[in-house]
Design a protein around this ligand. Structure first.
Ligand code: TYD
Ligand code: MG
Length: 519
C-alpha cells in the first residue's frame, strides 16, 4: 500500500529530459560557503572559520533547497510531505548485480555493478584505474548494454590509443571528453546507458560553483548531483578518484558516506601486481580481494594469487631471516602471503615502526608480546614490516606470521621454508583460535608446504583440517602450538647453514603433532 501514491517517482526511476536536468539544477541552487574542516556554513566567504579557527578552509558550495532539490525530481510544496511507502512495497528490481565479465572485479563488487548505485574506484594516480574502467566498460558493452565513459583528464585520442593497446573494440562505449556534471547528466538522459563512468571525480565541475575542480566542495556537489541522477535513471554510476589508502591526498574521503561502494585499488609499488578490495559495499561483501597483473595488454586477472605471491619468494636463493608465510582468508578465497620484517638496532629514542599491509595496532601488540614473553629487545630496534604483493591484511590470523618474521629478523634465524602459519596472538602470548582453519591448511597443502603451524585450541577439530587437506590431494602435517614461545621454538631454524627443524625432525614437547595424509 502506498500513501500519496501519485508521487512515488523516487523509487521508480523517473525519466527526465536533458534540458530539464540543466534548468532544474540551476534554478533550485543557492550558493553558500562551507568550512571543509568542520562543516560550518556562512553566507559570505571568510578567510578563517569562526567555529574551528582553521584558515583557508571555507569554500563555496551549492545548497539545494531540500524541497525543490533537483534530485527529488518533482516540485513538492512545504505543506506536503513526501509519500510514505510500506517497506514490503519498495521495489528491489534495481539491486541485481550487473556482471562486468571481469571476474576479479565482479568478485570484489559481489557480482557486478548495481543499477542506480554509485561506486567510487579509489587509488593512487597511475595505479591503473582508467585502464580497469575502460576494460570494464568494454566488457559490459559486449553484453549489449550501452556505456557512457566521460573523461575530464585525458584526450579522447589518448583513450583510443589505450583501447587499441588493450585490444578493446569499443562498440557500445560512448565517449565524452568533459568534466561538467550538468553536461554528463544531459548525456546520461539522452543516451540512457546502463553504466556511466566519470574519470575522474577530481576533474568534475558543477557550473553553479565557482571553486576550481578538485576542491572538496566541487567533488562533493558533483558526486551528489550525479548520484541523484543515476539513482533516478537506474544507471550504475562509477567514479574514479585519486585517494591514497589513508585518504590523506585531496578530500575525496568525504565521498565515502555519499557513495554506495568504495573500491580501493592498491598494489606493489613499482611492481606489476594490483589488488582491489572493497572498503565499503552496501550491496556486497567487503572481505573479498581481486588480484590483477598489469601487463602490456592491460590488467589481467590472477586466478591463483597465492602462487603469484609465492613465486616472488621462490626467486630468492635459500632461506633468509625475516620472512614468514601467513595463511589468510579473504572472503571466499584462502591465500598464502609472505610477511617480511627487518629489525635493525636503532639510534633513536623512540625507534621507528613502519608497517605496509598490516595494521600498526597489531604490530604494537605483537612487539609488546615478543618483548614480554620472548625477552626480545624490540624496543631498541627500528622495525619495518611489509606484506609482499601489496596486499592489505586485516585478519588477526596473520599475527603469528608477523611475530615469526620479527623474531626471525631479530635473531637472524630463518623461518623453516616448508612451514606456513596462521594464528592470532593474545596479550598473554597465547595463540587464539582462528576461523576456517581447514581452508588455510588446504591452501598450504595445495601450495606444497609440508607443515602448517596453527593454534592448539580445543574444539578446533583436526578432522576438519584433515578433510580439506585430503581434497587438495597432498599431505601436510598440522602442528598445534599453544603460545608464541612454542611457535617460535618450532618454526625458527637453529641458524643459517645448520640443518632446519624439518630436516632434523625434532618437535618440541610442548606442541602436539597431528599427521594428515591424503587418501
Ligand atoms: P592508468 O589506468 O592511466 O592509471 P590511473 O587512471 O589510475 O591514473 O594506468 C597508468 C599506468 O598503467 C601507466 O603507468 C602505464 C600502465 N599501463 C600498462 O602497464 N599496461 C597497459 O596496458 C596500460 C593501459 C597501462
Ligand atoms: Mg586515470
Amino acid at each position: 500500500m502506498r500513501l500519496g501514491g501519485a508521487r512515488q517517482g523516487r523509487h521508480s526511476g523517473d525519466k527526465i529530459s536533458a534540458t530539464q536536468w540543466g534548468t532544474m539544477a540551476k534554478s533550485s541552487a543557492k550558493t553558500v560557503f562551507e568550512c571543509s574542516s568542520c562543516g560550518r556554513t556562512t553566507p559570505k566567504w571568510v578567510g578563517r572559520c569562526s567555529q574551528c579557527g582553521e584558515w583557508n578552509t571555507v569554500e563555496q558550495r551549492v545548497a539545494f533547497n531540500a524541497r525543490s532539490k533537483p534530485g527529488l525530481g518533482r516540485a513538492v510544496s512545504a505543506s506536503e510531505p513526501l509519500p510514505l511507502v510500506e517497506l514490503a512495497e519498495i521495489p528491489t528490481d534495481g539491486t541485481t548485480h550487473m556482471a562486468t565479465g571481469i571476474e576479479e572485479l565482479d568478485r570484489v563488487l559481489g557480482g557486478g555493478f548495481i543499477a542506480g548505485s554509485t561506486m567510487l574506484l579509489a587509488g593512487d594516480p597511475g595505479i591503473g584505474k582508467s585502464t580497469l574502467l575502460l576494460q570494464a566498460a568494454a566488457a559490459i558493452a559486449e553484453t549489449g548494454r550501452k556505456v557512457l565513459y566521460t573523461t575530464g583528464e585525458e584526450a579522447l585520442e589518448q583513450i583510443r590509443i589505450r583501447a587499441s593497446r588493450l585490444g578493446v573494440k569499443g562498440g557500445g562505449v560512448f565517449m565524452a571528453s568533459t568534466g561538467d556534471a550538468v553536461e554528463i547528466a544531459a548525456h546520461m538522459a539522452a543516451l540512457k546507458p546502463a553504466v556511466v563512468i566519470v574519470d575522474s571525480i577530481q576533474t568534475a565541475t558543477h557550473p553553479d560553483l565557482d571553486s576550481p575542480a578538485g576542491t572538496v566542495s566541487q567533488i562533493r556537489e558533483c558526486a551528489a548531483f550525479l548520484s541523484e541522477r543515476a539513482r533516478l535513471s537506474h544507471v550504475a554510476l562509477v567514479l574514479s578518484g585519486h585517494v591514497t589508502k589513508d585518504g590523506s591526498i585531496a578530500g575525496p574521503r568525504v565521498l565515502e558516506h555519499q557513495v554506495d561502494a568504495v573500491v580501493q585499488m592498491g598494489g606493489d609499488p613499482g611492481g606489476t601486481l594490483r589488488v582491489l578490495h572493497a572498503v565499503k559495499n552496501r550491496f556486497g561483501p567487503t572481505d573479498e580481494v581481486g588480484v590483477f597483473e598489469m601487463c602490456g595488454e592491460g590488467l589481467v586477472g590472477v586466478s591463483d594469487p597465492s602462487r603469484m605471491f609465492m613465486r616472488q619468494r621462490s626467486n630468492r636463493a635459500g632461506a633468509v631471516a625475516g620472512s614468514a608465510v601467513a595463511l589468510i582468508v579473504e572472503g571466499t578465497r584462502s591465500l598464502a602471503v609472505e610477511v617480511q620484517a627487518l629489525a635493525t638496532p636503532s639510534t633513536l629514542a623512540s625507534p621507528r615502526r613502519v608497517a605496509n599491509g598490516v595494521e600498526m595496532s597489531r604490530v604494537h601488540l605483537i612487539t609488546a608480546v615478543l618483548a614480554k614473553h620472548l625477552r626480545l629487545p624490540v624496543s631498541s630496534h627500528d622495525l619495518v614490516i611489509s606484506v609482499t604483493g601489496g596486499l592489505d591484511i586485516k585478519e588477526p590470523a596473520a599475527d603469528l606470521a608477523i611475530a615469526l618474521a620479527i623474531a626471525s629478523s631479530m635473531t637472524d634465524r630463518p623461518v623453516d621454508e616448508t612451514v606456513a602459519v596462521a594464528g592470532e596472538i593474545g596479550l598473554a602470548g597465547e595463540l587464539r583460535p582462528i576461523p576456517r582453519a581447514d581452508r588455510r591448511v588446504a591452501e598450504a597443502a595445495r601450495l606444497g608446504f609440508l607443515t602448517c603451524l596453527v593454534p592448539d585450541v580445543a574444539g578446533d577439530a583436526s578432522g576438519q583440517a584433515s578433510g580439506a587437506a585430503s581434497g587438495a590431494g597432498r599431505s601436510v602435517t598440522v602442528i598445534r602450538a599453544t603460545g608464541i614461545a612454542e611457535a617460535v621454538k618450532f618454526a625458527l631454524r637453529p641458524g643459517s647453514g645448520r640443518p632446519g627443524r624439518a630436516e632434523s625432525g625434532a618437535v618440541p614437547e610442548t606442541v602436539s603433532k597431528v599427521e594428515i595424509r591424503s587418501s
